[in-house]
Design a protein around this ligand. Sequence first.
Ligand code: ATP
Length: 458
Amino acid sequence: MTEQDEAQASAEKGEQERNPLAMETLVALCASRGFIFPSSEVYGGINGFWDYGPLGVELKNNVKAAWWQRMVRMRTDVVGIDSAIISHPRAWEASGHVDHFSDPMVDCRNCKRRFRADQIEGERCPEAPKKRALPECDLTDARDFNLMLQTQIGASVDAQVTAYLRPETCQPIFTDFKRVRESARQKVPFGIAQIGKAFRNEITPRNFTFRSREFEQAEMEFFCHPSQRDEWFATWREERMRFHLEIGFDEQNLRFRPHAPDELAHYANAAEDVEFLFPFGWQEIEGVHDRGDWDLSRHSEFSGKDLIVTDEETKERYTPMVIETSMGVDRTCLALLVNAYTEEEVEGGETRNVMRLSPEIAPIKVAVLPLSKKLAEPARALHADLSRTLNTFYDDAGNIGRRYRRQDEVGTPFCVTYDFDSQDDAKVTVRERDTMDQARIPLDGLARYLRERVEGTA
Ligand code: ATP
């Protein structure tokens, strides 16, 4: 039995490994430091919807930029799009979502709450006396519940059309396939990528942002000849793991989980999830799927438009096969925060909270901290200079030790202290987050030095 098989077997037996970090600690930190907090919090929040604060939006933008850079800009065989959230309703009939995108659910006849039928084992009723085990409640038989969020389009009630907020970002990639291939002058094999919002009316949103009703996906559909599907599946599987390691995940917190044959969609040839070790066990952050020619064939059938390609050399006409990589941006952000959060004991028995995010992903790259408010003028000038190329924060409130700790806790990799000597020797102290090492660095060339450290090229 391989290590992975063992991990899967133990997960199936319910002996899940868990990341020891308490979720409550992270949720509280995310709210207090402005990473992520409930949407419309002043009204008590709305289940399954989250807002990203000043640090959260930077973190999320950095994750998306890292993905776009590697998946689109650094490749000649992948191009990007940004499609509308709402597609023609027929597109969701063709994709199978109108008929099949559902979870089985059960209702409790006593408390009237609704639960996912596949998630009642081991759960307790939140309402029943003494929170009895859910399976012992008076539950209805399972019924299918469609997860797509609907909206009405059109000004007059009579002429309104029901449309759907997309439950995944990939379908517009398929409907745009011909236009994008021709306009970008791409030939198979090539891919189309997009990052954007997706919506699912999840029955039980839970585990902070892990299962939300509004979330973002970063998806890439790679079109290839049928004879090359296994090769491209293997390539993208490796590429995606490499990406996660590059953005800072620890190797031991990631694994692949191949889908069992009975989990595979009827059109899928292979599928593997990239899983992360969350405090609530191993869970998916990305899927790599071989979707076959299902999507293009169905859109061709439903739209009446020909989505076949012709091999210029052999003149063979065929529908390309699709290898998909589908990453949840919010789940990846959450996993990165779990992965990065550490508490360590420092001199004097004090505890230091450190968010060990990679410099590429960290919301703030540099904090400028004048030793005294009297040094505000040159320190602000330095902040303005560094801000031109690096996200730089300015803080002159409180003692310097406390200011360092505040930056450690939100993951800022470098602190620059401007002190009374700086005016004479034209140097500042650069302190590193992880080692807490300090070095005097000349102001002349400081921006370049920091940029190289952030980019990892120094
Ligand atoms: P799950 O089984 O956890 O519901 P899924 O298999 O339905 O996920 P996909 O349809 O493959 O997920 O979506 C691709 C990615 O989108 C997932 O790996 C995940 O990161 C993200 N994702 C899916 N549903 C949600 C959600 N409700 N909230 C946040 N992210 C999500």
